[in-house]
Design a protein around this ligand. Structure first.
Ligand SMILES: [Ca+2]
Ligand SMILES: [Ca+2]
Ligand SMILES: [Ca+2]
Length: 410
């Protein structure tokens, strides 16, 4: 009559322990199946070794055996008293589980004529060094990994913040406003991979009257998906009421000619992937102005085939002459350049006389200064009486003036 002893023992949460065959050190009984299910806390794995092993030998351990399993995988199958081609013994081997559980199965068949003494084994919990092993892709630290007994934690390089997922490092990147007429900006660290888990917005604001042109660096790489439009990372641009994007993938978007003097570039990245990012160069162009003609006795620089809004022009009087009065009428209606370099009236007294004549004719307050060089800034004007649009902002060495509404005396 067969008596099969089938027993399963769960050993939870112990950090170490000893396992023995039934009746050890006396011979183990026949027809016995005994299983130990070991588990230790998360962050540990189990190390097992045998201090004594003596089981019935059999071809491929088909009679009596000890089987060590973890994660439904057989880590070892032992039987006999010494290693042969078909039988393995534990000897000095250390068996380690990949995670925090392990099971050991002892099985004896119906015979035990030689009276084998069985086994004694020891297990203990050992720390998993998550930082050096990196088995689970999802748990890797984005930047720095710190191991400790029973766990690990992540931190970020200087300038980055740990995202609430505790693994990825994000950046603060939403404070940039670009007010220069041209410039460039890029994803953080470009062309090294951009930070994960970040939402960045960049604003360009140039003076009203300008139109922004955005151009992308040929090196462009934003994580994409073959079927779905930019589900992970994307770049979006809004200019006034228009939206461009989302953009992702390996091809830079075509240049964007906006109708606006403001644009917002928004960039989102998710918590995975290593992609180079993007760089945007922007320029802005103003309305075109007709090329001004140099006033008498003066030179204009720079000489350009065309001038546009906000260009600077330098008016330099010939030696012995002083710039008396200037204004530019233009953009919509460009009149002859009413600027004079007068040699005859360079004293304060005579200048006042000229001014009073201007005032009579224009009924507006006008001032002027006697300087020999002025930098004139072409700018948006207001509609003045008589329908002229003038461009009143300029700077000179020392002078700012409101222009008269109509051309003064020659
Ligand atoms: Ca046996
Ligand atoms: Ca650890
Ligand atoms: Ca990504």
């Amino acid at each position: 009559m067969l008596l099969v002893l089938l027993l399963s023992l769960a050993v939870d949460g112990q950090m170490f322990g000893t396992l023995k065959s039934p009746d050890f050190p006396d011979p183990y009984p026949r027809d016995t199946v005994l299983r130990w299910n070991l588990s230790v806390p998360d962050g540990f794995r189990i190390k097992l070794y045998f201090s004594h092993f003596h089981l019935e030998p059999s071809y491929l351990c088909e009679y009596d055996y000890v089987k060590v399993e973890a994660e439904e995988e057989v880590l070892a199958l032992f039987c006999g008293g010494e290693e042969t081609d078909t039988e393995a013994v534990p000897d000095q081997k250390i068996i380690t589980s990949s995670r925090n559980s392990m099971s050991l199965l002892f099985s004896s068949d119906f015979s035990n004529e030689e009276r084998y003494s069985g086994f004694m084994a020891h297990y203990s919990a050992v720390d998993v060094d998550e930082c050096s092993e990196r088995t689970d892709e999802d748990l890797l630290c984005d930047h720095l990994c710190h191991n400790y007994i029973g766990g690990y934690y992540c931190s970020c390089r200087h300038g980055y913040l740990l995202h609430f997922d505790n693994h990825t490092c994000r950046v603060e990147c939403s404070d940039g406003v670009f007010r220069e007429r041209s410039g460039e900006f890029s994803s953080v660290d470009f062309p090294s991979p951009y930070p994960k888990s970040s939402a960045c917005s960049y604003r360009i604001e140039v003076d009203p009257g300008f139109k922004l042109l955005l151009q992308f660096d040929p090196r462009f790489e934003v994580e994409d998906h073959p079927d779905i439009s930019c589900p992970y990372d994307h770049l979006k641009i809004t200019t006034g009421s228009k939206e461009f994007g989302p953009f992702c993938g390996n091809q830079p978007p075509a240049e964007i000619q906006t109708d606006s003097n403001v644009a917002t570039v928004f960039f989102h990245s998710d918590n995975s992937g290593e992609n180079l990012g993007w760089r945007i160069t922007y320029t802005s162009t103003g309305s075109k102005c007709r090329a001004p003609e140099a006033p008498p006795n003066a030179l204009l620089t720079p000489v350009q085939s065309e001038y546009s809004f906000k260009d600077h022009i330098v008016v330099t009087c010939s030696p012995g002459f002083t710039l008396m009065k200037w204004w530019i009428v233009g953009v919509r209606r460009w009149s002859p350049w009413p600027t004079w370099c007068l040699g005859a009236m360079t004293t304060a007294q005579s200048l006042d006389q000229v001014l009073s004549m201007f005032a009579e004719r224009t009924s507006s307050s006008s001032t002027a200064a006697a300087v020999s060089t002025a930098v004139v800034l072409l700018e948006n004007g207001r509609t003045h009486n008589q329908g002229l649009v003038h461009l009143p902002v300029y700077q000179s060495l020392q002078h700012v003036a409101g222009p008269p509404a109509s051309p003064p005396l020659r």
